[in-house]
Design a protein around this ligand. Structure first.
Ligand code: GLA
Length: 690
């Protein structure tokens, strides 16, 4: 229960002691209230990883008839020669609707824009799952939402197997043998070696998701042969690296194209390397199910099936089933609208403002789309910049805010000032949003309510904490002043491509004004937002949280500033120095122990400690958490039950799109390049058989 600690203040008054010297009128922290009940619709059928697929040679393979026409015309080797020795074979028993048929298209709508195809030098493809369809990684985690907890480990993918040395310091990874890039070039350890040694390890290259040697526990890479490599670590069994080999990180690029552009191998310079494959470069080789064949800026990106894709079904049909993927370049809000209307096929319903309208439309039996809510895993936090030693090169005024950010009283004031109930209700009324104090989410496996500390809404407490932090309104204009000076004025950076981010940030600004803290909003679009965040150019920032706060086992190192760049709001300065506060050191220590521990009970205990450190000290200040819904057109088959829009990864990975199909009688004939395949890298577009 929430109680006021007024007694000390009252006693102080009675004794005539200055009330300032004691803890004045501050609400005691508590545990968060229980979230409104909201049942996920459809629960997964839990299986072991080996139930989903295996690697094996089949007697014969099939392809769409129109692809055979390319073989007949001498433009493509026979399908058996395009596949690896032992392709990845999806098991029929795990396919919700069984063996599929070829054809049709999935029409996506996205708010992002492709910058270019050098993902490895930090270029974004525009999100919304374009990259997930193009880039494949050594392991895979999206489908783990349906894996039995007792079998929880990343799924093999481009890495078909791995083993640890007895002392746990050497990880040997076996790649799938004989798989090919979409242009027919071999995929092998030349690609993984280039990725690790010349991307991850090169300080002048930052891959899109920021992988560094820390992501791989300081591993040292060595090739054994064409399909085997080792990573050698300073510590034993850093098993989290296997999760960090999944989406976003260890997803090698085509070294046959990238390497000659890299400055170390004759490329001009790093900027030219980054820009060597601009967004109008077509047919950039992929290991994914599809390859980009057309891009009309601000209009559409079209992907056609990769004729060398290395996955098949048990009947020997080369995947994917869907011949084309389209990405309309619009807004994220439009993705919801179009998916519900049936002019788009897919959306992660994640902007709570659109819930009521979408639900209403989807409830109509004639609705073209199915909408299913999942667990409450969409969450937002307000992150104070905790660097006190120069990250982001603050001005003197900004430095004064950094010093405040590093003061717990100030962070407590922020939390007390936030009416999280109202913040959630301002997005959508109903049982969706929950009060989120920060840290691990309620309802996830490592969450522990008793270890969670919540500083509830209380204007008086916020004001008292501000005073303790040395902030009072000295000029009587309603806003607190920095010692002996002007109004404190905090800049809050937010992403403006999503209505939700902006609405939440605006709510924060208003609530902070109510307690006398002036906050100015800086709303930035996509890449500008990412750049500001990654460069530390903010006082406070509102972010949609990552997967680590849901699963813990994924991106674990990002739970705390365990390395120079792992945290979103506390990174090292230009000299590589991290000025951690004592409780941050304790957090880092806890997370590091978790990464190094193979004992489930110890891991549970460590996450309780982590949650307590995080929420007591308000590492990040939670705002709201709510469930997302997958909206998908009813014509699609093989959509697994209970696929969450965000857990280990986004739904575009979770639903295993290469296995998704449309029954022949439901196909809509909307392909823009029917019967065409990707052409040569750099050539203008797709090609026909004749
Ligand atoms: C964006 C969208 C998400 C999801 C991801 C996939 O972040 O907001 O819903 O589609 O892209 O990368």
């Amino acid at each position: 229960m929430t109680t006021h600690i007024r007694r000390a203040a009252v006693a102080a008054l009675l004794l005539g002691v200055s009330a300032v010297a004691v803890r004045a009128d501050v609400m005691a922290p508590t545990t968060p209230p229980d979230a409104p009940k909201f049942d996920a619709q459809g629960s997964p059928v839990f299986v072991n990883r080996s139930d989903i697929f295996e690697y094996k040679a089949l007697l014969a393979y099939n392809e769409p008839a129109w692809v055979t026409a390319f073989v007949t015309a001498g433009k493509l080797p026979p399908v058996a020669d395009r596949l690896p020795k032992e392709p990845l074979v999806y098991k029929t028993a795990n396919e919700p609707d069984g063996t599929g048929v070829y054809g049709d298209v999935m029409r996506h709508v996205i708010g992002g824009r492709p910058e270019g195809w050098n993902f490895w030098a930090g270029q974004s493809y525009g999100w919304g799952g374009i990259d997930i369809g193009l880039v494949e990684c050594l392991t895979r985690t999206g489908p783990l939402f349906e894996v039995n907890p007792t079998d929880l480990q990343p799924l093999p993918n481009l890495a078909k197997a791995w083993e640890w040395s007895e002392d746990g310091k050497v990880l040997t990874v076996h790649l799938i043998e004989g798989a090919k890039w979409s242009d027919g070039a071999p995929f092998n350890t030349a690609d993984t070696e280039f990725y690790y040694n010349d991307i991850v390890k090169d300080p002048d290259v930052t891959p899109l998701m920021g992988a560094s040697v820390d992501t791989y526990a300081g591993g040292v890479y060595a090739n054994v042969d064409d399909y085997t490599f080792t990573l050698t670590f300073p510590t034993a069994f850093p098993e989290s690296v296997l999760y960090n080999m999944a989406y976003g990180n260890f997803c090698p690029g085509p070294s046959h194209l990238l390497k000659p552009q890299h400055p170390k191998y004759g490329g001009k310079d790093y900027e030219s390397f980054q820009k060597a494959f601009p967004a109008d470069y077509m047919n950039f080789p992929t290991m994914g199910g599809w390859t980009v064949v057309e891009h009309r800026p601000d209009d559409i990106v079209v992907l056609r099936r990769n004729p060398y894709y290395w996955k098949v079904d048990e009947a020997g049909n080369q995947l994917p089933y869907l011949d084309e993927m389209q990405y309309r370049l619009s807004t994220w809000g439009d993705r919801d609208v179009q998916a519900v209307a049936g002019t788009g096929d897919f959306s992660n319903l994640e902007q709570a403002e659109n819930y009521v309208e979408s639900l209403k439309k989807a409830a109509d039996p004639a609705s073209p789309a199915k909408l299913a809510f999942g667990p409450r895993t969409i969450g937002y936090s307000l992150l104070p910049n905790l660097s006190g030693n120069g990250w982001g090169e603050p001005t003197a005024d900004q430095q004064a805010i950094r010093d405040l950010n590093r003061n717990l009283d100030f962070r407590m004031a922020i939390s007390y000032a936030l009416d999280r109930q109202r913040l959630g209700d301002s997005l959508v009324k109903g049982p969706f949003t929950a009060i989120y104090p920060g840290g691990l989410y309620d309802g996830t496996s490592y969450y522990d309510k008793a270890s969670t500390v919540y500083y509830p809404f209380s204007v008086d407490s916020a004001k008292a904490e501000l005073e303790k932090a040395g902030l009072t309104d000295t000029d009587g204009n309603g806003f607190v002043n920095v010692k002996g000076g002007a109004d404190l004025n905090v800049t809050l950076v937010t992403q403006s491509d999503y209505a939700t981010d902006k609405n939440l940030a605006e709510g924060v600004v208003a609530m902070m004004a109510d307690v006398g803290v002036k906050v100015s909003l800086s709303a930035l679009t996509g890449k500008d937002f990412d750049n500001a965040r990654d460069a530390g150019k903010f006082d406070w920032i509102v972010v949609r949280n990552g997967t680590e706060l849901i699963t813990v086992v994924q991106n674990t190192a990002q739970l705390a500033p365990t390395g120079p760049t792992t945290s979103n709001h506390h990174r090292a300065n230009g000299k590589g120095e991290l000025d951690l506060l004592d409780w941050e050191k304790a957090e880092v220590d806890t997370v590091t122990k978790f990464i190094g521990s193979r004992d489930p009970a110890e891991r549970v205990a460590l996450m309780k400690t982590y949650q307590n450190l995080y929420t007591t000290n308000l590492d990040g200040i939670g705002l709201t958490a709510y469930p997302g819904a997958l909206i998908i057109n009813k014509r699609f088959a093989n959509i697994p039950a209970g696929a969450p829009i965000f857990m280990y990864n986004w739904a575009e990975d979770n639903i295993i799109r290469e296995r998704v199909f449309v029954p022949t009688d439901k196909q809509i004939g909307a392909e823009l390049h029917p019967n065409m395949l990707p052409g040569k890298p750099g050539d203008p577009g797709p090609i026909a058989a004749n």
